[in-house]
Design a protein around this ligand. Structure first.
Ligand SMILES: *[C@@H]1O[C@H](CO)[C@@H](O)[C@H](O)[C@H]1NC(C)=O
Length: 305
């Protein structure tokens, strides 16, 4: 009898210790996250890890030097890090590629291409001009198109997205655009004087647009609201943004050469979800810099900000 009790106690001890050990080991593990909202993204990352067959998302970002440039680019680059199979094409509006941007790119851990092209002076926005006066980033986006046509062939699977450096992007929008046949579209938040602009969708087809500004535009879609398949761009070698396009017509100037309205592919739950926002960053106030400089103790220009 005594022996049996001891055996029962021993078995109980071994089982509970094993249970405790197992629980402790689990504490350090990553969760499977099947219940989390990031599940789709994780699944995409995990199921394609090491595989080469995911179409590449080419993110084209025009950028120009300003005090908060590296802050914007850091924020964007760290969003892009969450997206598998992505290639960042950063195009500076400058006579030369700058060290401040080159360093940021080199440390970004992203596959990237660093380009530059200077906007002709006549087209350039002056500091005093309101930012809607002339379209910005036209030459830079066209330079990226030129690079893609030179370095990729129509057989390569990919999609091209024009992502300005000051917008806010959910990783979801990149999942939505990856398998674009021709041109995919979705809503953009905080744009055009509205809470959002969006394509209107009926039966899975775009039939019009929710917009309040220049509603006669052929494609009243913000730059952040569409992506174009790489092969479509490469099979239309002359398609580009028109630097002389009327204000608001820049997106239409490219899309009009590539698709019809009926061919647009609605994404983001038939254009009912906002997963990109046309946010703007306040201009930093740096007026104390002049004062310190006059006193001969200005900020160190060698420190990148
Ligand atoms: C979009 O609408 C079409 C037609 O109503 C429907 O078949 C399709 O499942 C919808 N797509 C999504 C992602 O909700």
């Amino acid at each position: 009898m005594r022996l049996k009790l001891r055996n029962i106690f021993l078995v109980y001890f071994v089982v509970s210790s094993a249970g405790l050990m197992y629980a402790l080991l689990q504490l350090g593990q990553q969760c499977d996250c099947t219940h989390s909202t990031n599940y789709a993204l994780r699944k995409e990352q995990l199921s394609h890890r090491g595989k080469e067959n995911l179409p590449i998302i080419y993110v084209v970002t025009p950028t120009f030097a300003r005090p908060h440039q590296r802050a914007e680019l850091t924020r964007l680059s760290q969003t892009l890090l969450l997206v598998p199979s992505l290639h960042w094409i950063l195009v500076e509006d400058s006579a030369e590629r700058t060290a401040a941007v080159a360093e940021l790119l080199a440390q970004s851990d992203l596959p990237y291409t660093h380009l530059n092209v200077q906007t002709p002076l006549a087209m350039k926005l002056k500091d005093s001009d309101p930012n809607w006066l002339k379209p910005r980033g036209v030459e830079q986006r066209n330079e990226a198109l030129r690079w893609l046509r030179e370095h990729r062939s129509p057989g390569d699977r990919g999609v091209v997205y024009f992502a300005d450096d000051d917008n806010t992007y959910s990783v979801k929008i990149f999942q939505e655009m990856r398998y674009t046949q021709k041109v995919s579209v979705w809503p953009v938040g905080l744009v055009g004087g509205l809470r959002y602009e969006a394509p209107l969708v009926d039966n899975g087809k775009v039939i019009g647009f929710h917009t309040a500004w220049k509603t006669h535009r052929p494609f009243p879609i913000d730059m952040a609201g569409f992506a174009v398949s790489l092969s479509l761009l490469l099979t239309h070698p002359n398609a580009r943004f028109d630097p002389d396009a009327e204000r608001g017509f820049l997106e239409s100037s490219l899309l009009g050469q590539l698709v019809t309205l009926r061919e647009l592919e609605p994404r983001a739950d038939n254009c009912t979800k906002v997963w990109v926002w046309h946010t703007r960053t306040e201009k930093p106030k740096l007026k104390q810099e002049d004062m310190l400089e006059k006193q001969g103790r200005g900020s160190n220009p060698k420190i990148f900000v």
